[in-house]
Design a protein around this ligand. Sequence first.
Ligand SMILES: Cc1cc2nc3c(=O)[nH]c(=O)nc-3n(C[C@H](O)[C@H](O)[C@H](O)COP(=O)(O)OP(=O)(O)OC[C@H]3O[C@@H](n4cnc5c(N)ncnc54)[C@H](O)[C@@H]3O)c2cc1C
Ligand SMILES: NC(=O)c1ccc[n+]([C@@H]2O[C@H](COP(=O)([O-])OP(=O)(O)OC[C@H]3O[C@@H](n4cnc5c(N)ncnc54)[C@H](O)[C@@H]3O)[C@@H](O)[C@H]2O)c1
Length: 446
Amino acid sequence: MTDAQDKRYDVLVLGGGAGKNIAADLARAGRSAALVESRLVGGECPYFACMPSKSLLRSARRGETWEHAVARRDEVTRHLDDAPTAAEMAEAGVTVIRGRGRVARPGVIEVDGAEYGYTDLVVATGSEPVTPDVEGIGDVPTWTSDEALTRPDLPRRLIVLGGGPVGCELSQVYAAFGSQVTLVEAADRLLAAEAPFVGDQLADVLRRMGADLRLGVGATRAERTESGLRLSLSDGGHIDADRILIATGRRPRVADLGLEALGIRPDPKQGIAVDVTCKAVVDAEAGADGTTVWAAGDVTGVAPYTHAANYQSRVVVSNVLGKRREADYRAVPRAVYTTPTVYAVGVSPVSATGLELVAAGYDLSDTPRAAVENDDRGRVELYADRARGVLVGAAAIGLYAEEWMSEITLAIRAETPLSILTDVVHAFPTYGEAIEPVLRELAEQL
Ligand SMILES: Cc1cc2nc3c(=O)[nH]c(=O)nc-3n(C[C@H](O)[C@H](O)[C@H](O)COP(=O)(O)OP(=O)(O)OC[C@H]3O[C@@H](n4cnc5c(N)ncnc54)[C@H](O)[C@@H]3O)c2cc1C
Ligand SMILES: NC(=O)c1ccc[n+]([C@@H]2O[C@H](COP(=O)([O-])OP(=O)(O)OC[C@H]3O[C@@H](n4cnc5c(N)ncnc54)[C@H](O)[C@@H]3O)[C@@H](O)[C@H]2O)c1
């Protein structure tokens, strides 16, 4: 420890989302651990992302009033009070350092003028929304999901820019509570990275709720008008609205972390490159000073979900403790919590390369459960690798798909033989029964 350092820790974690789990687990394992957090201990998920959006979606599904939905959302996010989570950290033996951290020099992090030494550094700084390059967008009223999920206002006319998970979930929320929603998506369909039927069926659902979908068009110009704002589109059309919700993607938060001093050159779009143990890839010439840098969560650009961040956290903890563990991303779920839910996992037929996929599918309307629920929406498709004869991907849209697709997640991860999968018995009447004919069809084709 140099004189300049205020304190030295075995492990310093930058970012208290998934990072808080790493700090707590390592402290419980006997390491001295500190967590540096510039905003709220707990990260984005509980306060600005997953939890408030899921709460509003549930309220929308149940037909609650907007006022009730907002009150419930604010309870779920504990009115942005992170004191209980900070207390949990203290109880686990973690020192919480409030402020923005950056690398001062190898082995030392600086936070608001104070310096802290480390042996292991974990970067878990998350991601931030990207503002699209649309002329005038800075001059009109905009929100990102952050404001949408913390403010009490219900815009009368809302443009949702982007038809990825954020755009789809929040379009459903605002359409359900009575906003006039127009969703603008540059790709030809919603959730364009997933199997086409998923985006097509979700588009139907949102249209039936009154949302206007403009697919395959880009925004070109935004300007203020007397009644609000006008967004011009690449097809020559325009939309008048009160506010634009920017949902055009996120990028890893890597700017100004000083990582270059450690021989780490993060890509602005892909984030910090990590190996299978979640150790950051470091330039060959970087000094062997006895310290190690790890990264977990959105900042790694691997899979931008809380469950993926938590998984990587567990991988980091094991490796810091010297128990080698390799991450396996073959079966990380991609769920969108609209009603009905979208659930995809493993290989997407849209982006599969180097694989010959065999596909089979089934409409949920043909299940007895659909009759019980009086809901004929949805479909499930499974994708197998012809060469190896195992499931490698799946996509579904349907009520509760986030629950009944778990067995397929396990099947992909475990590479369970089709002969066993086709022998599995599902309870009657469940949506899970839809999986049986799909597997039989796949087995016949292989
Ligand atoms: C609207 C929305 C809904 C979502 N819904 C879901 C969902 O339902 N399910 C799901 O799995 N995923 C969902 N996600 C994605 C999920 O929120 C992220 O994948 C997850 O939060 C990533 O965790 P993380 O720890 O990597 O980053 P974060 O949760 O962003 O945490 C990073 C933390 O680092 C802090 N930080 C950053 N830089 C510094 C610094 N220099 N010094 C100190 N602290 C710093 C930040 O303040 C932040 O608290 C959603 C995202 C959005 C935007
Ligand atoms: N349920 C969940 O797990 C969940 C929910 C929300 C968000 N997330 C994660 O958060 C991240 C951000 O989500 P997102 O939906 O903002 O990003 P995204 O990158 O998934 O989707 C952004 C969409 O915006 C479109 N777009 C970009 N620029 C545009 C423009 N100028 N005009 C029109 N369309 C444009 C893109 O074509 C794309 O379809 C994602 O990685 C997502 O997985 C997860």
